[in-house]
Write a protein that binds this ligand. Sequence first.
Ligand code: ADP
Ligand code: MG
Length: 607
Amino acid sequence: MADIIQLLPDFVANQIAAGEVVQRPASAVKELIENALDAGSNSIIVVIKEGGKTLIQVIDKGNGMSETDAIKCFDRHATSKIKAAEDLFKIRSMGFRGEALASIAAVSQVCLKTCQSDQELGTEVLIEGSDIKSVELIASPVGTSIAVKNLFFNIPARRNFLKSNQVELRHIMEEFQRQALSHAGIFFSLSHNDTELLHLPKTGLKQRIIHLFGNSYSERLLPVEEETGLMKLQGFIGTPDSAKKTRGEQYFFINGRYIREPYFHHAVMNAYQELLPADSIPFYALFLEIDPAKIDINIHPSKTEVKFEDEKVLYAILRAAIKRALGQHILSPSLDFTMETGYAEVGYQKRTEPVRPPVIQFNPEYNPFKIPTDQRKASIPSNWQELYKIAEQQPTPAKLFEEDKELSVTFQQSAEPEKKTFQLNQRFIISSIKSGLLVIDQENAHERILYEEYLEALSGHGFPSQQTLFPQTVHFNTPDADLLEELLPEIRKLGFDIRPFGPSTYIIEGVPGDLGLGNEPQILEKILESYKDNFSTLKLEKRDNLARSLARRNSIKNGKKLESAEMNLLIDKLFACSSPSVSPGGKTIFITLSINELIKRFENPMR
Ligand code: ADP
Ligand code: MG
């Protein structure tokens, strides 16, 4: 047989390798920003067109390159950052593999302009699919600008694989955020299709977090710091009550590099333990400084994984530091812990405004069954017997209305609608019925009522919207924003007046009429959270899921005091539902205790 193994031509090898380094526009953005950081720039401007499909440009004010280097930088394994194998163990720079530019140039059209401070003229290199098209001396400011045009122009399969501009842009923003977060002392700007989306003046870490994630974070951050012979840890964690149900705002950096490290995430979660509401994940932006000799980041080309010596020790130190930060917060949450911490590089901001008490999760006044006092008499359902008739027709697992004529007669004689209902433990609504006692769980019942109302709204004309006092903007992480976009038509039908306002940001101008005002962004966050829960565990259909999520969020909760007229209205609405006996989540809504059962219990002697 003939020999069949051949060496691939360079440009093919480059294309294949490019697949590892550049998966989508966001990965090119990451590499280019890292290069700008490595070049010592104090200003990084990112310009994107059409989700990065037509243009990704990064402009820095760093060291620049000589004419020779401007050409050489596109060679595979061309790097100025390490020279020999042992250097791999003292890596301080972002890049070191020398393959980013070669990979990017293999799959796009690149225009590089660069100039060093001691040069009169700069260099412009045009390169397309690894082919150098031209090299010219040009007038250029000091620093480097790299414009990557038409990514994957020569690999149609890959280009077609890219998602919508909006989705690609979100990935870019996520990448950009990580970089901006870990370099608060550097000016960053991000523009998309000629609109500047983020303008981040150089500042301290806390202020950078607030610029990126919104003003509400100024109340949510607890500083963390720890220094041992092995490492230095600093950053911020979120207060337990501000934890969200979704991942996305957990940032862990090692020597300035964003790392996904489940082991350390676990350490953080472990420190919070029972302080967190179930399934919630706190915000954190933690920076670990460690001797590069003790870690190995050279596991994967994207460099988001890392190997450690002393893993267990690091875990313990990390957990202890978080616990301490939380402990201080719990002991005296109103104290100011965001004072200067002494880390010059990070430059924590001293807070100027007084600490406000934590945000209230839901409006305690909210009570959709509230009836103004003057209307109360009139709206007491006068049709009690009718109501029970409706209920009687429902299939109920507990055999709600057993025949018991003798007693029901007695009951009817003393019938006085107002007196028959009362609340127990601010949770159960107890009502007498023909055959005995009816015990309703108020939260489950209201959830059922709302669920059916929302379902109807979703299939019909929708719910009326109530204008919010002020338009409110909400920022979502990428996956949530993607989800919201998908659900937008339905969410609007439910009464939310909401529209996109920049890539992952939305503006809310109205909420469902029955919701009560205040905290609109949180309400929306909660709905998305529970939507995702339902989606992953129950595989619910979209409308059903949304109706459930919103009903779950908006139902009156146990612990809410209800007046008797309000309880009556709730009962009224419950038995008008198509399935009054189980909540949308499958929980029992009411049980009955029949007179017969009661009699039996009194007849049996105590044993
Ligand atoms: P690496 O960053 O791993 O060294 P790259 O392919 O990203 O590999 O870059 C190759 C080389 O090009 C770098 O080592 C650096 O010398 C030079 N370079 C790239 N981008 C810049 C920039 N923005 N400013 C100055 N030099 C740069
Ligand atoms: Mg690089």
